[in-house]
Design a protein around this ligand. Structure first.
Ligand SMILES: Nc1ncnc2c1ncn2[C@@H]1O[C@H](COP(=O)(O)OP(=O)(O)O)[C@@H](O)[C@H]1O
Ligand SMILES: [Mg+2]
Length: 319
């Protein structure tokens, strides 16, 4: 059977069509055991997987992430189908490491992956529990195990996402962080079919953390690097954000935003390709626009929507 996968990758057929064709293969396959459940049975699941993949691909930038995520999804699908076809399949270990600066889309992708794996039938719920050190590390003996247990319990059926994961290893000898790591490793084993664990944080810190804890590295087969956004990508993201809020950027406002981002990049270098910064700038501009409009007695629908250059005039230190 020649899977129509290449056609899907090239965009010639939709993921809906791909999955349909794969199901046809599965139900006609000689080697399929009758007792095995079909890979995806409900029309609504197929539909929502299609929508979610579209949502992923519509995100601005993240090119390498999208390629890798698409590959991972395809691989996971194929392993399930191979298993159902009686072929050898690799175990689906989907614990991941996300490396990148703040605001590069790590949480956004994790949330979407939860939904995608849920639509694929790999996770029961697909929700995201996002936590950090303080949510896991306790203050007295026994406290940490209890905290980790609770977080794992809340995350079952979904994704447990630990931001700045290396901070677990930073407390020194008497710290309970190490205990949290051990408890997490145990939970990964105990609940390997019910939970995906994602450790996230800055690139260098994550690398160092994994080097110090070599046992961890092998438990996380998927590593995804989130690069800083370019200024052009940040502008696209800002347009998407204002559109979602039913605002628009005037041409000169866009130019002003561009120069704000460019000077920030020049000043700060690292950590300037940050979509959260863009979100904050837009929210600030929206507040400034509100104040500006309040001083006018009449305004049109367009006035209510448009963000002008002046709305992005922030005083020093404000951005
Ligand atoms: N590629 C993108 N397209 C549109 N919005 C994005 C994109 N990446 C990030 N954002 C937005 O930027 C903000 C920060 O993203 P987030 O995923 O929280 O980053 P991180 O977890 O890496 O700090 C969120 O509001 C998110 O919606
Ligand atoms: Mg985040």
């Amino acid at each position: 059977m020649n899977y129509p996968f290449n056609a899907f990758r090239k965009g010639d057929i939709s993921s809906n069509e791909l999955i349909r064709q794969m199901i046809v293969f599965e139900t006609t396959s000689q080697s399929q055991s009758q007792s095995e459940k079909p890979f995806i049975s409900k029309e609504q699941d197929i539909q929502s997987l299609d929508n979610l993949l579209e949502e992923l691909n519509e995100l601005i930038g993240l090119k390498k992430v999208k390629v890798l995520v698409n590959e991972m999804i395809a691989y996971t699908e194929m392993q399930q189908i191979r298993r159902n076809a009686g072929l050898q399949s690799a175990p689906l270990v989907l614990h991941m490491i996300f490396k990148g600066n703040p605001g590069t889309g790590k949480t956004t992708i994790a949330r979407l992956l939860g939904k995608i794996f849920c639509a694929m039938g790999i996770l029961k719920k697909g929700h995201l529990i996002e936590i950090e050190r303080a949510d896991l590390v306790g203050e007295y003996i026994g406290h940490t195990a209890q905290k980790v247990k609770q977080q794992v319990k809340d995350a079952l059926g979904g994704i447990l996402f630990i931001d700045e994961a290396y901070s677990l290893a930073r407390g020194g000898e008497k710290d309970f962080g190490k205990e949290a790591i051990d408890a997490l490793v145990k939970a990964m084993e105990d609940h390997k079919d019910e939970l995906i664990l994602i450790l996230a944080g800055y690139m260098e810190e994550m690398d160092e953390f994994l080097q110090i804890n070599p046992g961890l590295q092998s438990r996380f087969p998927i590593h995804i690097d989130f690069e800083d956004y370019t200024i052009e990508e940040l502008i696209d993201i800002s347009e998407l954000m204002v559109e979602q809020k039913e605002y628009v950027l005037s041409k000169s406002a866009k130019a002003k935003l561009y120069s704000l981002l460019a000077s920030k990049k020049k000043r700060d270098g690292i950590n300037s390709g940050n979509a959260r910064l863009v979100r904050n700038l837009i929210e600030k501009a929206i507040r400034k626009q509100a104040v500006r409009l309040r001083h006018k007695s009449i305004y049109t629908r367009d006035d209510l929507m448009i963000l002008l250059r002046n709305d992005f005039d922030f005083t020093e230190g404000e951005n």
